[in-house]
Ligand binder design. Sequence first.
Ligand SMILES: C[S@@+](CC[C@H](N)C(=O)[O-])C[C@H]1O[C@@H](n2cnc3c(N)ncnc32)[C@H](O)[C@@H]1O
Length: 356
Amino acid sequence: MKVLDLFSGCGGFSYGFQEAGYEVLLGVDNADLALETFKYNHKNSQTFNLDLSDNKSIDKIVKFLDDVGGVDVIIAGPPCQGFSLTGSRKEDDERNKLFYSVFEISKALKEKPKAIIIENVPGLATLYKGKAKLEIERNFEENGYTHSSKILYAPDYGVPQIRKRLFFVGLDKPYGKFIFPNAIRDEKDYVTCEEAISDLPSLEDNLGKDNIEYPKEPTSSYQKLMRKNASRLHNHIGTKHTDLVVDVISQVPEGGNHKDLPKGVGESRKFNEAWTRYHSKKPSKTIDTGHRNHFHYKYNRVPTVRENARLQSFPDDFIFLGSKTAQYRQVGNAVPPLLGYHIAMKLKEVLNNEKI
Ligand SMILES: C[S@@+](CC[C@H](N)C(=O)[O-])C[C@H]1O[C@@H](n2cnc3c(N)ncnc32)[C@H](O)[C@@H]1O
């Protein structure tokens, strides 16, 4: 089954599909470095650097796909502001076109894709008083797709990270309605931070080097899974903090944050997530795009790109390219591959069945 990944970023979502046996034909994004990473890790896929608010981009994608016989599945994680809810879509608001590009492409293809999946933050369900969600559903209906939506919780699918994301799955009508995959874990056996990253060097005395031998054997089944196809360690480079930052974070207990600091300490950062230290026996907080508010459960430093990648369920042979800032952004933006994998497997089951 063939996949088009729109707003692909580095390709976390489509990596899950690739692992589930799909053929990812094309990733489209307008961020160069993310596409470099995408290409490196999806060796058989093409990438297009295109602005999806531009009609010419839509034409180019449609022509490419029609020439290779079309796609079965479109997956997309568009920015959530891209809606036109006033009835008259303002052509001058670039963002308004982003979300619609998914449907414009599916409509223009010679052969209708069997499934369209749109991923977003849970807040989209209440965005513009719920109208954004209704608009997505209306577009599915207008294009002849059934639709189901659900907020999925990443730890339920073996991802060692508290992350909730809203998924819409539209199926070509004859396939009926999509039923989301069941959780594979419950709270008492969620994968923890320690199980995810305890085998990686501490980097307390130095910032480390890229592409090194693993200094330790894996100590959990999750670590073994992440290291399955990797022989060397990449993207595990430390960050130099000021003495003040090290001093403040050293006073935060596991699982704590700025509220656990003594009076007068770390007061420059007081917002919700400030000075958060992960808990070794729990999944991590939601990985962000590199805001430096989250710290290792044991060491007085922010997690490395590789540690964040592990917490996002990227295997160690998925390598991030570009500057460190770009790498953190790619990891934080992604759909956890393992979550993508479970959706992809369930979808395969549905699409392999006879049409109703
Ligand atoms: C949330 S990320 C998608 C992450 C991806 N699904 C993954 O799993 O790795 C959204 C992406 O949309 C891209 N984007 C934003 N505006 C765009 C535009 N006008 N055209 C194309 N891509 C755009 C960003 O560069 C970013 O990589």
